[in-house]
Write a protein that binds this ligand. Structure first.
Ligand SMILES: [Zn+2]
Length: 512
């Protein structure tokens, strides 16, 4: 490998894919020579066609990382960061990205603008398309809206305890304060902070505040974006949140947008910086219909009702933005203080709040479609991790909190499951021996799955690997559905129905 050829390939790649302009070519080549400590570029013709036509930056990134290691241009383990740094140099400055985004918006509308930023985020290696394509993905047909399940191989598993620790971590001297802060744009990264040299964002104005839009590097679904407050302020969902979400969908009606609940256990993994998540993909929950219709004199134009969905969600739709915003605010604020001891719902313990909501919005033509998922994070003796959290018998499949994405029916399962699913399937076919006492050893990789293995085996051996894998997947499907049922504050029984009705009546809604 000749690194000087890599430089020419990078220039060709950046011209084709990263909006590098001809006027900036010589300048950028010199930047690369400087960072790679090369005295001069390659002379003569270079074969750069493949590089210009590449659809991901991986091969070039690997060449840079390999050279950085060989030439001792970075400390050990810093190769990936070094490569991200190079791609950061090739990208336009944030001001140019913002101008190009606005120009694309003006010319071709929100889709064209989003296409521009998304493509750039993939081609700069920020959105890790290759890693994402290696994830295991399938859908569970439950006879209704279905569930989507992904075993994510690129993101490490976090426990609720890790998340709580992060939420209460002092801001201190850490720079950037967190992984969502605006200050990540162009940040080189360190051994403890991921490289963000190739991150680019565009400005948003939500609820009169300065926010910005970026894409998720892990891309749980199609064009998974994050809207982030420019200020490092904690997550909070209140009566002003609906207006921010409505501003988002008015500007980018091609994406849905939603907020995690703002309490631990029910609120996703980043609670210390206000942000929303959204994207092009429609979630299983979006396909659910209204089960029980309600009406209210206060909101005469809205179609309103309880959603036919696993957890407790209300949907309302209408074209009058003011009415939609007021209805959402009423639900969010009303839920905060609603108690229903028969359903185990206590909104407070002393000063500590337990009720939280997750508002989600999208636009269908001129109509706003708003969903509010009701959550509660209370714990008790029987459920020390949360009454409306993944119950202990399901923790082997998912131990993290059930945040916005899962609550909408898309499960992101930990990478360890890929290996463990294979191991369990091998036991089912008999290719691997079943040793019950070995599985009872906490050091065993399948210890957490011992009950699952026992149950699956009690239903008989599998004839072949296909059947075994199908049965393991089916077990996971049922578990994901049961987990969502766990998170429902109003269960699908008489008690739950009465409680849900009492909540809506307390806000002035009557069953239609
Ligand atoms: Zn932050």
């Amino acid at each position: 490998m000749d690194i000087r050829l890599t430089v020419e390939k990078l220039i060709a790649y950046a011209k084709a894919n990263l909006a590098l302009k001809e006027e900036d070519e010589v300048y950028t080549r010199n930047l690369l020579l400087s960072v790679l400590r090369l005295p001069s570029p390659l002379g003569g013709e270079a074969d750069i066609k493949d590089a210009a036509n590449a659809d991901v930056p991986d091969a070039l990134m690997e060449e840079i990382a390999e050279y950085a290691k060989k030439a001792h241009l970075t400390e050990e383990g810093g190769e990936e960061r070094f490569a991200a740094n190079i791609f950061g140099l090739l990208l336009p400055m944030p001001s140019e990205i913002n101008a190009a985004f606005r120009a694309a918006y003006k010319e071709g509308g929100p889709e064209k603008a989003c296409d521009y930023l998304y493509r750039l985020s993939v081609m700069s290696g920020y959105v890790q398309k290759t890693a994402i394509s290696r994830n295991l993905k399938w859908t569970y047909d439950d006879g209704k809206s279905g569930l989507e399940i992904t075993v994510n191989l690129s993101k490490p598993e976090k426990s609720n305890k890790d998340i709580a620790k992060l939420a209460h971590a002092p801001k201190g001297d850490k720079y950037p304060s967190c992984s969502l802060c605006k200050e990540n744009e162009g940040f080189e990264g360190s051994a403890t902070h991921p490289p963000r040299r190739n991150l680019r964002t565009v400005k948003l104005s939500l609820g009169g505040e300065r926010w910005f839009l970026q894409y998720s590097p892990y891309a749980y679904f199609e064009e998974h974006c994050i809207a982030v407050n420019e200020q490092h302020v904690p997550m909070h969902v209140d009566g002003r949140t609906p207006d921010k979400l409505l501003d988002f969908v008015d500007y980018l009606p091609n994406y849905f947008i939603g907020s995690n609940a703002s309490l631990p256990i029910v609120g996703g993994s980043i609670l210390n910086h206000e942000h929303f998540q959204g994207g092009k993909h429609l979630m299983p929950m979006h396909h659910a219909s209204i089960l029980t219709h309600y009406r209210s004199e206060e909101f005469p134009t809205l179609e309103f009702g309880i959603l036919d969905w696993y957890n407790s969600a209300v949907r309302f739709e209408g074209t009058d933005r003011k009415e939609v915003a007021a209805c959402a605010a009423k639900l969010i604020e009303g839920w905060e203080n609603f108690d229903c001891p028969e359903c185990d719902i206590l909104s407070h313990t002393g000063e500590t709040l337990h009720n939280a909501s997750s508002p989600i919005c999208r636009k269908i033509g001129e109509k706003y479609s708003f969903t509010v998922i009701l959550r509660n994070n209370r714990t008790n003796e029987e459920y020390p991790d949360g009454i409306f959290h993944v119950h202990p018998e399901h923790l082997n499949i998912k131990s993290e909190g059930i945040g916005l994405i899962e609550a909408m029916g898309l499960f992101i399962l930990p990478p360890r499951l890929k290996r463990q699913m294979g191991e369990i399937a091998a036991i089912l076919t008999g290719d691997a021996a079943y040793d019950e006492s070995a599985l009872n050893d906490p050091a065993n990789d399948l210890y957490v799955h011992r009950n699952m293995v026992k149950k699956l085996l009690s239903e008989g051996k599998a004839a072949n690997m296909d059947e075994a894998e199908g049965r393991v997947k089916d077990y996971i499907n049922q578990t994901c559905a049961a987990i969502l049922d766990n998170t429902a504050v109003f269960k699908k029984d008489e008690n739950g129905r009465r409680g849900f009705d009492a909540f809506l009546r307390s806000l002035g809604f009557q069953e239609a």
